[in-house]
Design a protein around this ligand. Structure first.
Ligand SMILES: *Cc1c(COP(=O)(O)O)cnc(C)c1O
Length: 214
């Protein structure tokens, strides 16, 4: 299967189950020669996990393709937030007040507003990023009421080697309790399951870019 065939197969799955679901093509570690065919086909949503890499790869392209949306899906250090704000349209990894305050100031100092997902440490793992479930409601209130950030919904990365269903289900209910419509969940190994739990933004990389020619 080629990259384009992999991509089309995933789009077809989305169309079969839930047409409104958006596909973010995760391009971290991929060079442009592999991404270009998808841009030419009109794909608009791409995900990167590092700010620096996003600049090197995308800065020129977005000038000539203003409809492209870049999604930051990796952990963000606060000293990189200003750079991230300039190039990304969506931040999926908002996870603490310090970052929220920085983005609020960046928005107030410019005429630009971007979109955010709050990352939740859904499996309560010590090594994982994301706000704890206990602190979530207060953080949501802070971001939306105090800072007026445009929070679309919640994002999670379930623990590896566990059935993601339980975590997708939990994120979905936390999302509903907070009145959100959007959910950022589902990667190459579990995007079909994520669709069933009403994810609206899938983040898929290797299932598109790993091509096997047997
Ligand atoms: C890399 C990455 C993805 C995509 O992972 P694949 O398994 O390659 O689809 C999705 N979300 C996050 C946060 C990632 O870092």
């Amino acid at each position: 299967m080629t990259i384009v065939e992999n991509y089309n197969k995933i789009l077809q799955t989305i169309n079969t189950f839930k047409k409104e679901t958006k596909l973010i093509v995760v391009t971290k570690g991929q060079d442009l020669s592999k991404i270009s065919p998808l841009i030419q086909m009109g794909h608009q949503d791409f995900g990167e996990n590092r700010v620096q890499e996003a600049y090197i790869k995308w800065q020129k392209i977005i000038l000539s393709n203003p409809l492209i949306n870049l999604h930051l899906i990796g952990k963000l250090q606060s000293n990189k937030a200003a750079d991230a704000f300039k190039i990304f349209n969506f931040i999926h990894t908002l996870e603490n007040e310090k970052l929220a305050n920085i983005f609020s100031k960046l928005e107030n100092d410019s005429n630009r507003k971007i979109k955010y997902f709050i990352q939740v440490n859904i499996g309560s793992e010590v090594q994982k990023s994301g706000i704890s479930i206990n602190d979530l409601n207060d953080f949501v209130r802070y971001c939306t009421k105090e800072l007026s950030l445009n929070i679309l919904g919640l994002m999670c990365i379930p623990p590896i080697n566990k059935d993601p269903d339980e975590y997708f289900s939990l994120l979905k209910s936390l999302s509903a309790k907070n009145g959100f419509k959007d959910l950022s969940m589902g990667m190459s190994s579990d995007y079909e399951k994520a669709i069933k739990f009403d994810s609206t933004y899938l983040r898929v990389g290797s299932a598109i870019f790993v091509t096997n020619s047997i």
